[in-house]
Design a binder for this molecule. Structure first.
Ligand code: 13P
Length: 246
């Protein structure tokens, strides 16, 4: 069975005071190391310190494909491991659309993360125009095939996939549970083709306007194993509610 996760992507949000309030108020039931937060990298250490007693694990929103050296502004996978990091988001649609990240680049980051022992949360998803042109599955499966090119796995815990339809991110428009499940089921088939038995157990998260009021229906779908959440992960009460639904 795939493990369920609830991951908060804080994007470029949260002041230090807000972070302190968050960790003071977050309440997690039945924590199985599956409640994760990706703050701004600048806040990584502070979050890791405050998250310790709560059991929340901390990671980053991005990672470099390079080993080390003259790469101004990049985040080194070795350094994140040294700091006790657990995971990194890779290929978020904002990275793809605003910063021009290509599938090839994303593939190198996935390889680097796995090589270093970080869990990559590989994000994929179609735009509204792609959905309306009936290209959802070809776009999403294409992003996955390229992002996972030549990536081998020892076990299912080494990789997480997040399906985030671009039109549902930060818009308040969630994909219906059926729309999400259709894509998740197709991703599952591809993962089984690529990784055999292991592919059956890789966790598939849904992202895009997930909130406490819609999370249960989404998680009720066969191939939805948790959420990758932006806005609703910023407040301790909402994140706690999302985690207990998980
Ligand atoms: P929202 O939950 O704010 O729609 O953001 C989703 C997202 O992009 C998480 O990575």
């Amino acid at each position: 069975m795939p493990k369920n996760y609830m991951i908060g992507n804080w994007k470029m949000n949260q002041s230090l005071t807000e972070i302190e309030t968050f960790f003071k108020n977050v309440k997690l039931e039945d924590n199985q190391n599956n409640f994760w937060i990706a703050p701004q990298t600048l806040h990584y250490s502070k979050c890791a310190e405050l998250a310790g007693p709560t059991g929340v694990l901390v990671g980053t929103q991005n990672i470099s494909d390079q080993e080390q050296g003259a790469f101004t502004g990049e985040i080194s996978a070795d350094s994140l491991m040294e700091m006790g990091g657990h995971f990194c988001l890779i290929g978020h649609s904002e990275r793809r659309s605003l910063y021009g990240e290509t599938d090839e680049f994303i593939n190198r980051k996935v390889a680097k993360a796995i090589e270093k022992g970080l869990v990559p949360v590989l994000c994929v998803g179609e735009t509204l125009a792609e959905r309306e042109a009936n290209n959802t599955l070809s776009v999403v499966l294409g992003q996955l095939k390229s992002g996972l090119k030549d990536i081998s796995l020892n076990n299912e815990a080494e990789l997480i996939i997040a399906y985030e339809p671009v039109w549902a991110i930060g818009t308040g428009k969630t994909a219906s549970p059926e729309q999400a499940e259709e894509v998740h089921a197709a991703i599952r088939v591809l993962l089984e083709e690529l990784y055999g038995e292991t592919g059956k157990d890789i966790s598939l998260l849904y992202g895009g306007s997930v909130k406490p009021s819609n999370v249960k229906e989404l998680l009720g779908q066969t191939n939805i194993n948790g959420g990758l959440v932006g806005g609703a992960s910023l407040k301790a009460e909402d994140f706690s509610a999302l985690c207990s639904a998980c």
